[in-house]
Write a protein that binds this ligand. Sequence first.
Ligand code: ADP
Ligand code: TRP
Length: 323
Amino acid sequence: MRVLSGIQPTGRFHWGNYFGAIRQYIQLQDEADDAFYFIANLHALTTIRDAQQLWQNTLDAAIDLLALGLDPEKATVFVQSDVPQVSELCWLLMTVTPMGLLERCHAYKDKKAKGLAAEAGLFAYPVLMAADILAYDSDTVPVGEDQVQHIEVCRDLAGSFNHLFGETFVLPKAKLLDSSAKVPGTDGEKMSKSYGNTLEVFEEPAVLRKKIMRIVTDSRPVDQPKDPESDHLFQLYSLFASPEQREEMAQRYRRGGFGYGEVKQALADLAVDYFAEARQRRQQLAARPKQVQEIIGDGGAVARRKAAEVLLRAQQACGVKPR
Ligand code: ADP
Ligand code: TRP
């Protein structure tokens, strides 16, 4: 099994990103024969137009991922744009991509539905994503539900290319990330940068505590029993709690006689503790940006070698290089 996934460097990672994606990538690096994880800076370029910000986000994403446990000994960790072969492959795929297929893809469709002008880059976004996947002969792509459509596009394009030019690409499968890990934000809605309700993995503990104290709760009186399962504060607490801690807290909810402030305090303690080691590793890495750049540079070299092999296969198949 060769696993591949990409994550856009559009801002600092929040708990939703960690429990919904990054933690599962880290688990998979042990299970897979091979794992490729990259920072999708070319995709982020469709939304970020500030050079300094994009590069800072990319470096931060690399440091965060390494600090959280992506291990360059087990996985190839790299930056998307360090593999120019992917952009070349993207063009070859573009020539077999029906416009109608891309018109149905949600990123473009949603923007257009809002009456906003979309760039060709946003339109072609799924083709670049297909190139990302096919360039490494990946067979397993762990993604959230919102990206499943793009894996289908990838399979379609690979299938068309294979049909036109002979077997060239491995058809990948989406591996749906555990959606029970959907993390609520401070307002109870899905945690997302676009809703401004996030709690960041590497937030300063003092700031994090303040943010946690401001989590929206209902106004049921202290003595009234509450249902833990439907409460987002309890769901957040469960992310960090041991099964025993979780059960104990659930019983307190059912008994009543406590204030939400106590739960928030307990949540803050657990969350700060949970990421303490990673925070320390992050500090060490951040103090040595050269070392981080070396790690992702080495990952890029490995990725380029593999992508060059697949690109040549595709170029020969369609006749832009002699066999
Ligand atoms: P955002 O919604 O903050 O922009 P992204 O779309 O960049 O986050 O998410 C990157 C990855 O993190 C995706 O794989 C997505 O499935 C996962 N993810 C994001 N938010 C959550 C959440 N609240 N719960 C679970 N997973 C999430
Ligand atoms: N589009 C993905 C996202 O926004 C990121 C991504 C880019 C990706 N290329 C990929 C994910 C290839 C999986 C495989 O989350």
